[in-house]
Design a protein around this ligand. Sequence first.
Ligand SMILES: [Zn+2]
Length: 148
Amino acid sequence: MTQDAQCLICKRQEEESNPDIVLETKSFVVRHSRETNILGYLVIEAKRHILDLTEASDEEAVGYGSLLKQVMSLIRKLTGAERIYTFSLGEAVPHFHVHVIPRTDSLPRYFRGRGIMSYPLEPGLKEEQMQEVCKSLRYIVKTSAIEP
Ligand SMILES: [Zn+2]
């Protein structure tokens, strides 16, 4: 395992358990974001400390494609989102992770498309909401065709 002691994502992955994790594969972890109050905003994180897919093995890259499809399906089942935004920047934390964000009908027009970058980071979800939504997501994973 390639890990970086200074990396926020590597550190988090060393923790015993993380209640925000909704799905895990051999090479990736999927957790609910705590960065905004958007329900169903998930983050796919590589288990290895790699900057982006150019550093992924072929197996990891193929697994990522399949997992992204599953995560998008999961978000649509949970939220009924009309669009699902995906992006990876790697600026603040240079460890490969992808933001997967539902854009529901209730999202104000101002925040749609590139406007999502202006969405306020505070307040985040309340702890009870976080646990409730993670529980629902894990239930969907368990009871549907979404395979880890
Ligand atoms: Zn890392």
